[in-house]
Ligand binder design. Structure first.
Ligand code: FAD
Length: 407
C-alpha cells in the first residue's frame, strides 16, 4: 500500500473507534492506523460517571475487541500519543519516536476535564472524571470516604453526585450559576432535576462562589464557599471540559474553541479532518459555530468523515441528541434548546414524566424529555423529517407523540 493512501486517526475514543468501524465496513481497514494516548482499547465513556462508579466489578465497555482490530488489519498504537504533525511532509510523529506517513489525517483528540484555577493538579482527595483511569480512582476514593463535595452542576457533576449518594455518602454540590445545567436545559427541566436530587438528600447550593483552598501536603483540607472556609473530605471537579487541540494548534491549524472545520469536517488543511468533541463545526441551520460533546456527535461525524475520505462528501447536518442518567432520572434532549424559543409542556402519565417542546416561530426546534423515552424517540424522528406539528397537537397527552409522525 503506498504511504500516501494511509488514513491515520489520532485519538482512540468514541469518534476514532466509530471511524475505524465505518472504514472497515467500507473496505478500507488495511489503510488505517489508530493512535491512542491511553493504554486501553477504545471504550465507552458514558458509564464512567454512572453505573461504573456504583459497581465495583464493572469494567470499561470496549467498542471492539482487540481481535477485531487485528482481524480487520487496523494498526493500533496504544499508550503512544501523537506529539507533532509535519504538514509539509504529511507525517505524524508519536512519543515513541515512530513516524507515520498519512494521505489523510483525522484528529479525534476529544476534550480534557477542566480544572479549577489555582488548585494543584495531583491532590490525593481531588478527582475529575474523563478517562477509565480517572473513574477507577474515583470509585476507590468513594469506597473509602463518607462525604463528597462536587463542584459543578452540569451533567457529569450531577451523575457523580447521584452515584455517590446512592453509595451512601453525604453529598454536597456547589454550582456558581443561579440554576443547574444552565447551558444545556430549560429552567423547567433544571427545576425538576434540582427538586429530585434535593429530595434524595443531596445538598445542592446554587449561585455560590468557590474561592481559595487550604492544603496540607498533597491533601485538600478546605475550600472557601462564598468566602467561608468549609472542610473537604473528598472533592470532584465537574466543571466541564476543554477541547484538546494542542497538536492541531502547534501544526498551525485554525483553532477557536476546538479545531475549526468546514461542513465536510475538513480543517484549514484539507488533508486533515477533525471529528468529535474536539471539532468546531458550522451549524447547518443557523450557520453559527458549534462544538458538541456527545456520543451522537462522535458517531455522526465519524460517518460524515468516511464520506469525505472516500470522495463522496456530504455536509454534516445531523440532529443533535443527548442523554443523561441520574439514578431514576433519565433526561433526553433532541435538538438544542434555543435561547428565545416558545415553550410548551407535554405531560406524561405521572408527574415525573414530561417533555418540554421548544418552538422557534412555528418550527419545532428541540424536545427535552424527562423519563419519557418514547417522546424522545418520536421527537428525533420529527426533527430529522423536518416536519412540524403544532404545539396544541404535539402536547395533547391523549395521543402519543409518535402518532404525530403519521398524522
Ligand atoms: P474522546 O472519547 O474523549 O476520545 C479522545 C481520545 O483522544 C482520548 O482517548 C484521548 O486520550 C485521545 N488523545 C488526545 N490527544 C491525543 C494525542 N495527541 N495522541 C493520541 N491520542 C490522543 N455523552 C452522551 O451523549 N451521553 C452521556 O451520558 C455521556 N456521558 C459522559 C460521561 C463522561 C464521564 C464523559 C467523560 C463523557 C460523557 N459523554 C456523554 C460524552 C461522550 O463520551 C463524548 O462526547 C465522546 O466520548 C466524544 O468522543 P471523542 O472521540 O470525540 O473524544
Amino acid at each position: 500500500m503506498p504511504e500516501s493512501d494511509s488514513i491515520v486517526i489520532v485519538g482512540g475514543g468514541h469518534a476514532g473507534a466509530q471511524l475505524c468501524g465505518a472504514l472497515a465496513a467500507a473496505g478500507h481497514a488495511a489503510r488505517v492506523h489508530l493512535v491512542c494516548e491511553e493504554p486501553e482499547l477504545p471504550y465507552h465513556r458514558p458509564p464512567l460517571s454512572k453505573s461504573f462508579l456504583k459497581n465495583a466489578g464493572e469494567s470499561p465497555l470496549w467498542h471492539r475487541a482487540e481481535s477485531w482490530f487485528a482481524d480487520a488489519g487496523i494498526s493500533l498504537h496504544r499508550a503512544d500519543p501523537a506529539v507533532a504533525i509535519d504538514r509539509a511532509k504529511r507525517t505524524l510523529r508519536l512519543r515513541s519516536g515512530a513516524v507515520l506517513a498519512y494521505g489523510t489525517l483525522v484528529l479525534a483528540t476529544g476534550a480534557r476535564a477542566r480544572r479549577l484555577p489555582h488548585l494543584p493538579p495531583s491532590l490525593c482527595n481531588v478527582a475529575t472524571v474523563r478517562t477509565a483511569a480517572d473513574a477507577s480512582r474515583l470509585r476507590d476514593l468513594l469506597g473509602s470516604h463518607r462525604a463528597l463535595t462536587v463542584v459543578g452542576g452540569g451533567f457529569i457533576g450531577l451523575e457523580i453526585a447521584e452515584a455517590a449518594r446512592a453509595l451512601g455518602l453525604t453529598v454536597q454540590l456547589l454550582e456558581s450559576a443561579p440554576r443547574l445545567l444552565m447551558r444545556a436545559v430549560s429552567s423547567e427541566v433544571a427545576d425538576h432535576v434540582l427538586a429530585t436530587h434535593r429530595g434524595n438528600g443531596i445538598d445542592i447550593r446554587l449561585g455560590v462562589a468557590v474561592g481559595s483552598f487550604e492544603l496540607a501536603g498533597d491533601r485538600l483540607e478546605a475550600l472557601a464557599v462564598d468566602g467561608i472556609a468549609q472542610a473537604v473530605e473528598l472533592m470532584v471537579q465537574g466543571i466541564g471540559a476543554v477541547p484538546e487541540h494542542e497538536l492541531a494548534s502547534a501544526a498551525g491549524l485554525h483553532c477557536e474553541n476546538g479545531i475549526v472545520v468546514d461542513e465536510h469536517l475538513r480543517t484549514s488543511d484539507p488533508s486533515i479532518l477533525a471529528i468529535g468533541d474536539c471539532s468546531s463545526f458550522p451549524d447547518g441551520t443557523t450557520g453559527r459555530r458549534l462544538r458538541l460533546e456527545s456520543v451522537q456527535n462522535a458517531n455522526d461525524q465519524a460517518r460524515t468523515a468516511l464520506a469525505t475520505i472516500t470522495g463522496t462528501p456530504q455536509p454534516y447536518r445531523a440532529v443533535p441528541w443527548f442523554w443523561s442518567d441520574q439514578g431514576a432520572l433519565r433526561l433526553q434532549m433532541a435538538g438544542l434548546v434555543p435561547p428565545d424559543g416558545e415553550r410548551h409542556r407535554r405531560d406524561g402519565a405521572t408527574p415525573g414524566n414530561f417533555s418540554i417542546l421548544h418552538y422557534v416561530g412555528d418550527r419545532l426546534a428541540c424536545v427535552e424529555s424527562v423519563n419519557a423515552p418514547m417522546d424522545h424517540m418520536a421527537a428525533r424522528k420529527l426533527l430529522e423529517s423536518g416536519r412540524t406539528v403544532s404545539p396544541a397537537l404535539a402536547c395533547d397527552p391523549a395521543v402519543p407523540l409518535r402518532q404525530r409522525l403519521v398524522a
